[in-house]
Write a protein that binds this ligand. Structure first.
Ligand SMILES: Nc1ncnc2c1ncn2[C@@H]1O[C@H](COP(=O)(O)OP(=O)(O)OP(=O)(O)O)[C@@H](O)[C@H]1O
Length: 475
């Protein structure tokens, strides 16, 4: 029987499968398609350029052995890269690349020029029509390490940030993922790392961007049909800092494009720094392949600052603003605003403003009034027990029923709502929410959150439940 591309490739695959781990086989070989066989040259189609680079880097030897077994010493391997095309009607196009000489497999010329590749790199930060290849780092110099006070709550993240700034791309903290609750300094620390790198390595291209802006730029590039330019632009950055990466949740296109950029940068020893308001394990609607990359480096948490750090932050702020404040007021503020540094700073600013506009001394009474305002407006931490109680009362059942194993629809829905609100209003992980609401696992909670999201958009009655409960829990 004569050989076909498929039969040759299937034999190669059988050999490769026996010689590498099943995970690697699944990831790197299952997506490949054999396309044609001519003159002892087997063409295989791979999903992306990154994929091709990875195969060449890691599996070229085994590919060579497998192919030589099938086609003899003169075997050639040609990669056909399916370029994901921009949105719209154009046909996907391909780029053919011969396997490298490193493999001693014989190579052939690249025969398809990249039609869509423009000769000039497009900078998505630049307004169309204005040519500017200089990349502004978008860093805020006031957010530096000096102004980021160290405490127990941020020691790991701050030290990792310093290590990364000393050797960008050269530590195992790549990516460095900084995560923590609202107003705890994620953005500040992200900038500080970038600012420090710029001081130490002025030649490096550093770019800070919020995930929101990144998404807008990506959408814009799709509209303008220059998605590849967008990708190429980000691939030349040495240090990429992306703030609030959890905002990519549910945005499949942006996640895909970020995946390619991330892989390219990581592969080339470039540094990636990400911030998020949750740990990777608690991110919802982010593709598994991205989540697993987020976990490659170090995930460092910013916790609530302890009392001493809060006092130090207040004093530092007062010192920088040239304001004096009695010690008992500093202590009062530190004792009463504990979970959000932005609010702590806001209270200080209000206090100073009130006292200077009204020409009043800063007194403990004034401080109390202002803190009352702040604390009232602060989202109250609710416990999972409290959420279960509110949800059960609302549906007129007891907490044991809500937690029971029954599949009765109204009970399942109540349980799912409790899980959804526990995710929304507490910092507990999915696993811990599951174990507190009827001994369920992490996947069940994830499913519950998605179901509630879906039902609230499709079912009017259900949306009312969500709104009512939301009100009760935020009173
Ligand atoms: N360790 C610290 N030392 C001094 N100031 C700090 C520290 N941590 C945070 N801040 C200040 O607290 C404010 C809030 O910080 P930042 O904006 O970085 O928080 P965030 O975690 O990114 O918040 P969000 O979740 O809203 O994005 C900033 O003004 C920042 O300078």
């Amino acid at each position: 029987m004569s050989k076909t591309a498929e039969s040759v490739w299937n034999n190669c695959l059988a050999f490769i499968e026996d010689n590498i781990t099943s995970q690697a086989y699944k990831t790197w070989f299952e997506p490949i398609k054999a396309v044609k066989l001519t003159d002892n040259a087997l063409s295989i189609q791979v999903p992306s350029k990154f994929f091709y680079e990875w195969l060449e880097e890691h599996y070229v030897k085994i590919l060579k052995v497998a192919l030589t077994k099938e086609l003899g010493q003169t075997a050639k391997l040609v990669y056909i890269i399916k370029m994901e095309n921009t949105y719209g009607n154009k046909q996907p196009f391909t780029e053919k690349i011969p396997s490298s000489n490193r493999s001693n497999l014989q190579s052939q010329e690249v025969d398809v020029p990249l039609k869509n590749k423009s000769p000039e790199l497009k900078n998505p930060f630049v307004i169309p029509g204005i040519r500017n290849v200089k990349i502004e780092s978008q860093l805020n110099p006031n957010y530096n390490f000096e102004s980021f006070l160290e405490g127990e709550s941020n020691r790991l993240a701050r030290s990792a940030g310093l290590a990364v700034a000393n050797k960008p791309g050269g530590t195992s903290f790549n990516p460095l993922l900084i995560f923590g609750g609202v107003g705890l300094g994620k953005t500040h620390l992200g900038h500080a790392i970038g600012v420090d790198i710029k001081d130490k390595y002025p030649e490096k291209t550093v770019l800070y961007i919020s995930a929101e802006k990144f998404t807008q730029q990506y959408i814009e590039s799709v509209k303008k049909n220059n998605r590849n330019d967008f990708i190429h632009f980000y691939q030349i950055i040495d240090v990429l800092i992306v703030d609030d990466i959890q905002l990519l949740s549910g945005k499949a296109g942006t996640q895909d494009v970020f995946f390619h950029i991330f892989n390219h940068l990581h592969q080339n020893g470039k540094q990636v720094i990400l911030t998020s308001d949750k740990a990777p394990v608690d991110m919802i609607d982010i593709e598994q392949r991205l989540l697993s990359r987020f976990k490659w480096g170090l995930s460092a948490e910013l916790n609530h600052p302890d009392y001493d750090t809060r006092v130090a932050i207040i004093k530092n702020k007062l010192y920088r603003d040239g304001v004096e404040m009695p010690e008992d007021i500093v202590e009062f503020l530190a004792n009463n605003i504990k979970t959000n540094i932005r609010e702590l700073e806001g209270a200080i600013i209000s206090l100073i403003a009130h006292s200077s506009f009204n020409k009043k001394e800063i007194t403990i009474d004034l401080a109390r009034k202002i803190v009352d305002n702040y604390v009232k407006h602060t989202k109250r931490e609710v416990s999972i027990d409290y959420i279960q109680k509110v949800v059960s009362d609302y549906f007129q059942m007891d907490v044991d029923t809500l937690q029971s194993k029954t599949r009765k629809r109204h009970i399942v829905q109540a349980r799912q709502l409790a899980m959804f609100f526990a995710k929304k209003f507490t910092k507990a992980s999915l696993a811990s929410i599951g174990s507190q609401i009827g001994q369920r696992d992490h996947a069940t909670v994830l499913h519950a959150c998605k179901t509630v999201d879906n039902l609230s958009t499709t079912d009017k009655q259900f949306r009312k439940y969500v709104e009512d409960l939301n009100k009760k829990l935020t009173l």
